[in-house]
Design a protein around this ligand. Structure first.
Ligand code: SF4
Length: 398
């Protein structure tokens, strides 16, 4: 029988976050030590070359089921055949983040908040990533002078009271760089809230060292939102990382993405949310998957997400229930009947929190929803993703 030996590492190396980063899996020969690669995965690895890179920490790779291509961890990070199938609505930048960036990598879409993409590097590249257009791309790395330019914009914009450090993944920075960035932000009087968005507690939990926690503690209040999507990710290592953050006084929330075939059933979502609460991590958002090119196979009908929320709410602790939302160019919309006005053919029409109308391309397919959403005519003022917006999938790859 084939066996799948992992990297030959000592305990000391395996538990060193930098070793994990240096030994990431990003070639077929190394991947084959972890899983029996399918023809579809081999094809996708080739066909997505130059479109969206892949890389996996040895720790996260060790969570993959070697023999099951449907393994949720595997589907997160190993290129999948459907990624190169036609995706008529998938685009490069569905939230128009580039159009909302007054300086490089600083997204200013809400009056009082900015998302500061301090790096384009991540520990792994998730196949459905909202920032697929930039993650792993050297052009979006930030030099020190570019970080200073973004800090200058924040300093000169008194309306900004909430800064999210994101990316890429800010925790790939050294402790010294994180200390410097947090210190610069803390020196700006109008910045009240500093948040970090990081997937490292999930994919490289060794990063949450006592030294990092000491840096975060020095700049309190610092909040951290992480990104678990499946109970399989709730390992003893991840639990240790969450405990170290909580013990350092960092409130930790979780932002999941609803992904077809990965976590779009009530039992999985409930186990995830309850498992997170056990780790002292508050389930915060369940995002509807974005219209990123090459991810049509991972999107669900919005009614399915609404049905799942009905199945969870009232059947677990209230604080274990995240808010199901869709991010739009006009901000996040809670996907409840208060905001979802109805379905117009293949679009779901909703009122944003800014009062505008947004029509999300979202075919129902064969799904028979329990949540009844009325069929309505398309309001002429509703905005949607422009037809013909740039997508990732090159014609020759299809
Ligand atoms: S870690 Fe976050 S930013 Fe990086 S690829 Fe995954 S979803 Fe995208």
């Amino acid at each position: 029988m084939t066996t799948f030996p992992q990297h030959n590492a000592s305990d000391e190396e395996w538990t060193d976050w930098r070793w994990q980063m240096r030994h990431r899996v990003n070639d077929e020969a190394t991947l084959a030590r972890y899983i029996r690669i399918t023809d579809g995965e081999r094809h996708a690895i080739k066909a997505t070359r130059g479109i969206f890179r892949w890389t996996i920490t040895p720790y996260y790779a060790s969570l993959m089921d070697a023999y099951d291509p449907q393994c949720p961890v595997r589907q997160h990070v190993v290129p999948q055949a459907p990624e190169v199938e036609p995706d008529i609505v998938g685009v490069v930048d569905p939230l128009d983040e580039v159009g909302h960036s007054p300086v490089k990598n600083l997204v200013h879409n809400y009056p009082d908040k900015v998302a500061f993409c301090v790096t384009s590097e991540c520990a792994v590249y998730c196949r459905y990533c909202l920032r697929k257009r930039m993650v792993g791309d050297a052009d979006y790395m930030m030099r020190k002078d570019e970080l200073r330019d973004a800090l200058g914009y924040i300093r000169e914009t008194p309306a900004i009271r909430d800064v999210l450090l994101t990316g890429g993944d800010p925790l790939v920075f050294s402790d010294a760089n994180i200390d410097w960035l947090l210190g610069e932000l803390r020196a700006i009087p109008h910045v009240e809230v500093v948040r970090i968005g990081s997937r490292l507690p999930v994919v490289n939990p060794m990063r949450i060292t006592p030294e990092l926690c000491a840096v975060l503690q020095k700049h309190h209040p610092v909040w951290l939102n992480t990104h678990f999507n499946h109970p399989k990710e709730l390992t003893p290592e991840a639990s240790g990382a969450a405990a170290r953050l909580a013990d350092a006084g960092v409130p930790v929330g979780n932002q999941s993405v609803l992904l077809a075939g990965i976590n779009d059933d009530a039992a999985t979502l409930k186990a995830l949310c309850e498992g997170l609460v056990g780790l002292r991590v508050r389930p915060y958002y369940l995002y509807h998957a974005q219209l990123i090119g090459g991810t049509a196979h991972l999107r669900t009908p919005i009614e399915k997400g609404m049905d799942l929320m009905r199945e969870i709410r009232g059947h677990t602790s209230g604080f274990a229930v995240p808010a199901y939302v869709l991010d739009t160019p006009d901000g996040k919309v809670p996907l409840t009947r208060d905001y979802v006005l109805g379905r117009s053919g293949d679009h779901v029409v909703m009122r944003t929190t800014r009062g505008t109308l947004w029509a999300e391309p979202n075919p129902l397919g064969d799904y028979q929803p329990l949540t009844s959403v009325p069929e309505i005519p398309m309001p002429p003022e509703a905005r949607t993703v422009p037809t013909g917006a740039p997508t990732f999938v090159h014609a020759e790859a299809v």
